[in-house]
Design a protein around this ligand. Structure first.
Ligand code: LLP
Length: 421
């Protein structure tokens, strides 16, 4: 469900015409719908109504300050994985007591900053990390709230690059070693063991893997409670998929799959959704440069590229591509939609049937709200696009288009002699 719709053949974001917007801000541009973000957050939150819970938006999915500010105002917590994400949350006005810190490689600086900020908990991924946090907390004369991230060893049935719950992945501690970990954590008086957590993967479109993860964690929680340790939180991470193409995702089924095994445990449930909130709330608007025909192929060359949206190149991900203005006379044609970057991996769609656009037409790459701008780069010395947040009939540029000066900021022009010293 999202608020990108046609009015008289013209694509609108809420009440704003994408044609008008593109004329003012230029393309390529990321455009987000605040109404969609709000709706997704609310629907997700309400799926757990009746259960003590906290939704911590996964900042990595879409980290623009204004978006974080919107979620903070709606009472959201945040899942962070770096100091940069921590700073973003604090700058956006987030409540630090609703921040969970995930990731296998937290540095001493990051741990210190998070402790000083007073976050809700660290999701700890290894023994050495546990000791590191304890040592830093001791130095600061603080106690660190920690939760152990468990690797439940299951197959979430998603792309290998975004699958994290199998025992061969770098994430979490094995269930078999959990008892040893919580004994260690309990013995370190600078640590307060407050929960268990996991994250099994991303773009999961079946409730089964969540049920399995919930069952395994619930069992582990019971074993810990039996040792007299009082836990407060059970964090099942993110991972709920979105319909990029024809996948169907039922939030109710997901909530039921998760909550079933947790019933009776008397813990606060934490979720870390990213994609399911932001994915379909954003598009990348681009312009057709050329339509190129060869003997065997037709290419629609657009001004957006893999540096703007890398998901197709990286995961062979599917993104729907919609014309911003429908041409009643456009024939359906088979084409590759590609960008200007000098790599064959620079494509948005391959062998896709779509209404054949003409040069200068605008196209909207759909489902680009999550893992879109945040994964963009300056490859090929391309400036990154602006981010625009639409709210009803208003829109705001929430990140300016980069300039050449942004591109070379921090670079030094050192003069070396052509023939060496
Ligand atoms: N929590 C943790 C600890 C995570 O590692 C992630 C995502 C999430 C929550 C949020 O997962 P979500 O609800 O968005 O599935 N770049 C990839 C996705 C990488 C996901 C990494 N971790 C993509 O474009 O598909």
């Amino acid at each position: 469900m999202h608020y990108f719709d046609y009015r008289d053949g013209e694509l609108f974001v809420e009440d704003v015409s994408l044609n008008r917007l593109a004329a003012e801000v230029g393309v390529p541009a990321y455009v987000y719908s605040a109404r969609t973000l709000r709706r997704h957050f609310t629907v997700f939150d309400q799926a757990f109504a009746g259960t003590d819970h906290l939704v911590c938006f996964a900042v990595k999915a879409l980290s623009n300050l204004s978006v974080l500010r919107l979620f903070a105002a709606m009472g959201s917590g945040f899942d962070i994985v770096s100091r940069g994400e921590l700073m973003r949350c604090l700058r956006a006005g987030a409540d630090p007591r609703k921040i969970v810190f995930s990731g296998v490689g937290k540095t001493a600086d990051e741990i210190t900053a998070a402790l000083k900020a007073g976050i809700l908990m660290f999701n700890v991924e290894s023994g050495p990390e546990l000791y590191q946090i304890a040592e830093i907390a001791r130095g600061l004369k603080m106690r660190a709230p920690v939760s152990l991230r468990v690797n439940p060893d299951l197959d979430p049935g998603t792309h290998p690059h975004i699958s994290t719950g199998h025992r061969t992945s770098k994430f979490g501690v094995p269930l078999s070693q959990l008892a040893a970990y919580y004994t260690r954590a309990r013995d370190l008086k600078e640590l307060e063991l407050v929960g268990l957590s996991t994250h099994i993967g991303s773009q999961i479109t079946e409730p089964g893997p969540f049920r399995e993860a919930g069952q395994k964690l619930a069992e582990a929680v019971r074993a810990i409670l039996a040792q007299g340790v009082q836990l407060k939180y059970l964090d099942l991470g993110g991972g709920v998929g979105v319909p990029y193409q024809d996948e169907s995702v039922e939030l109710g089924d997901y909530a039921a799959a998760i909550l079933g095994p947790l019933r009776g445990l008397n813990l606060t449930f934490i979720a870390e959704p990213g994609r399911v909130i932001a994915g379909n709330a954003g598009v990348l608007v681009t312009r057709v440069l050329y339509v190129k025909e060869t003997d065997v192929k037709r290419f629609i060359v657009i001004d957006g590229a893999m540096n703007d949206l890398i998901r197709p190149a990286l995961y062979d991900a599917y993104h729907a591509i919609w014309p911003v203005t429908k041409r009643p006379d456009a024939a359906l044609a088979l084409a590759d939609v590609v960008g200007p970057v000098c790599e064959s991996g620079d494509f948005f769609a391959r062998d896709r049937m779509l209404p054949l656009p003409r040069p200068a037409d605008l196209l909207a790459v759909m489902g680009a709200g999550a893992y879109g701008f945040v994964m963009s780069s300056n490859y090929n010395s391309r400036t990154r696009p602006p981010e625009v947040l639409v709210d009803g009939s208003h829109w705001h540029i929430v990140r300016e288009r980069e300039t050449f000066d942004d591109l070379i900021r921090g670079e030094k022009l050192v003069e070396l002699k052509p023939n060496g010293q």
